[in-house]
Design a protein around this ligand. Sequence first.
Ligand code: PLP
Length: 287
Amino acid sequence: MARWAYVNGRYVPHALAAVHVEDRGFQFADGVYEVVTVLDGRFADLEGHLARLHRSLAELRLPAPASNRVLVFVMGELVRRNGLRNGSVYMQVTRGVAPRDFRFPPAGTPPTLVMTTRSVQRFATPEQVEQGVSVITIPDIRWGRRDIKSVALLPQVLGKQRAADAGAFEAWMIDPDWTVTEGCSSNAWIVTGQGVLVTREPGMRILNGVTRLSLLRLAREGGIPVEERPFTVEEAYGAREAFLSSAGTFALPVTRIDGRTVGDGRPGPVATTLRAAYLADAARRSA
Ligand code: PLP
């Protein structure tokens, strides 16, 4: 089956999808993106992703490429054309094409809008869900506005490769005060010995995950005590449970951090419950 992408108003064969060499995304990483999960043919957490897209755009003074109605239409059309049941839609907006100059291009320069889809057979292997995954910790070398979902992902590229080299699923990034900020492409969570669910508070030091927000809501609805605050690597080593979250992983148990076993080494009840609750909730609420 032909694979389609969307570039600036046109559906094009994926193999031919391209932007100009002077696109500011390519030249300066001057752009933002979103990844929306497609679960059984429907978008998960669509509103949250659109809201965060507009927040990222506004923070960088990037013009919106289209109304939400149009964006959602194109997303749906791409899913339809690509026969996608499970996977994701990737959406990227840049400050457009202009002669290379650090300053913004003239007002009215159209932003670049690109969308692609990715199909998966399953979002996680049975072993990952039943045994949990491992993470390593690395210094967080990113910029000061991690709350913006910018396409400037070089620290995360390096971090993910370090994790892969170490045979780990993810790298958790650490600030100079030894607190965990988040994963390279996920938010980080622990459950304390007292049974309190802890994840870092939103602010400029982390990306406020859309999945994170849904999991917090589900935890509160389920009566799980929650604290939004930084936690240290030591606290994570000694946690009862740990897990990570993102659009494509939902809530995925973490059973090893830097080679040390977390809790009893098996996925804990909070992570397992929240994963199931997220999937049920997404099926109920999805568009
Ligand atoms: N933190 C970072 C740095 C990310 O890149 C991501 C997702 O890519 C997340 C957290 C999780 O965000 P979401 O749940 O919206 O996918």
